[in-house]
Design a protein around this ligand. Sequence first.
Ligand code: ADP
Length: 395
Amino acid sequence: MGIFVKYHNHRPMGQKSSSSFKLGIMSGGQLGKMLTQAASIWDVQVYAMDPSAEAPIVGLCHEFFQGDQNNFDDVYNFGKKVDLLTFEIEHINIAALRKLKEEGLTIYPDPETLATIKDKGLQKEFYKKNQIPTSDFEIYSNLKEVQNAIVNGNITYPFVQKLRTDGYDGRGVAVVLNEGAMNRLMDAPCIVEDAVDIDKELAVIVARNPSGELKCFPLVEMEFNAANMVDELICPAEVPHSIAKKAEEIALKVAKDFNLVGILAVELFLTKSGEILVNEAAPRTHNSGHYTIEACITSQYEQQLRAIFDWPLGDTTLRTPTVMLNLLGEENHTGAVVYEGLEEVLKLSGVKPHIYGKSITKPFRKMGHITILGDTIEDAKEKAKIVKNTLKVKA
Ligand code: ADP
């Protein structure tokens, strides 16, 4: 029988690469997996924590800890094992992060940035205070207050109700166009904001390091499906140069105002009257930045490492027009996953499927994504059509 030795036991101290330095990632979904892949290029040790022993990061990271990121003790104890903590998810116990920071752990992005963003009420107030364009809003404590405001005429149709915390991928968002949609309203602390006449949904990913260096990735355009998940992402966004420039300026301002260290994904609305409004931001790598792995000189994951290590930020130039598709579980399929048509799409030049490693598929579950590089955006869109019709996630 062979003898297994963990090679990192003998690693030297004092630098991030090939040393005893431990980067902690909370938690271990696909974003954490892709961050670990980027870290392995520089031989950085990754420790990860996730509630599931079958999380996509398992098998790639150096040490895995099973734990709940909403549980104080699990987050605190994990934080005590690492030299720098970053995250790929917003639902984390903030009290544990604050205590770890108080005790000297470096956490990027800062727990206070996360605390503001986690709460859509605080997030919107932050935009208002910093004169960042966003739709008008009011904060309410419960359904009764919202109903009263409707009766009093303080809320008028159409409007959008959003839960202050715990929403994601469109869950916790009710677009209420008229009285007929009142049954969609939720009973919890929430914001109610003006419904925006959306022309396009756009996103910009920004990185900033502790030295203050700031860079953004190219503007992308997102089309959503019925389940409110990105169906198709197009880069560069098909908007006039002046719009792209304005969107990037706004996103950079948001990151600067947060004093961000790390990655910030800024989701924007281009309105039918040509205005740009910030919808929301996420202080982490983002679905709208997956395309950067193959399409940009630096990926969003490499950029996150550069930012949190205070290394020079990488070149974000787009190499080629790109479409990104999410690989979602087919409707009516739940169970052990089968990727139908994978070998077919691998025959196509510039088509790069990523499989996250979730053993069970469910309707609309994010199982992977496909980056599609084109000579032109039309070329990428043509290939995307073929991929959509060929590659299916079934059980
Ligand atoms: P989540 O945090 O779950 O992603 P979002 O705030 O991004 O929630 O909202 C989900 C979707 O709802 C958006 O992508 C957009 O299509 C729609 N939406 C959100 N806010 C508004 C708004 N003020 N006006 C019109 N549509 C909106």
